[in-house]
Design a protein around this ligand. Sequence first.
Ligand code: G1P
Length: 276
Amino acid sequence: MIKKCLFPAAGYGTRFLPATKSMPKEMLPIVNKPLIQYGVEEALEAGLSDMAIVTGRGKRAMEDHFDVNYELEHQIKGSDKETYLEGIRYIMDNCTFSYTRQVEMKGLGHAILTGETLIGDEPFAVVLADDLCLVESDVGVLSQMVKLYKQFRCSIVAIEEVPMDEVHKYGVISGEMIRDDIYQINTMVEKPSTEEAPSNLAIIGRYILTPDIFDILRNTTPGVGGEIQITDALMQQASEGCVLGYKFKGRRFDCGSVHGFVEATNHCFKSLEEQR
Ligand code: G1P
């Protein structure tokens, strides 16, 4: 059913300069694992096996991360250090990676459209790796959304309530509540002011998209910030058909901000200590 997961990963990560001057922000580690690997693991757990990554200049480290490193692996063979590579080996044995480059930075909608060549004509998931989503159960956020897609067969965005003074950082939705955790969306605004926001339900970086989104994106004119916004394309899909907002079960860390990044690090460190 849904096999492919798109990772828009061409952004500069300016909020983490100088760390991100030559290193992709997706490679910033939360404890000992880069952000992009958390995203890939979440996708794999949801049953997706084709990882499609939209990269840009200076992002080679990501491709190398999901590849063998013969010298290193030869060096540590037979030692206990090999266990550190078990997670990444599992990923490499169970999924494929394909890459395409976004040459110009024209927004998230443009990044997703750039990924069309890797996705084709089928429904797919999108993960923004700097939104780290952790769950207490073993059903990840994408897994929850894939299950919902099987039932509703339309585009779905993950949403969560945020304080009103933070709505300007997000795409914000409102709609009709059709289950206590599902909204059928009728309004979506990208980065609204507090006054313009239709609610405090913010979109976070997990999407399931039907492939008609590509044609819509091709015709979407630049919106907020002069960028092609996925939120605007989804609003069109919602007005012509159906888009759902899903209040996921789990906790999201905004690892695109230093504050969220440190919070995620502390959270993961604590869980690791508890497991020992
Ligand atoms: C993007 C989307 C926005 C969404 C957010 C989630 O914004 O445009 O609608 O709420 O991701 O993280 P960005 O954070 O790239 O500015």
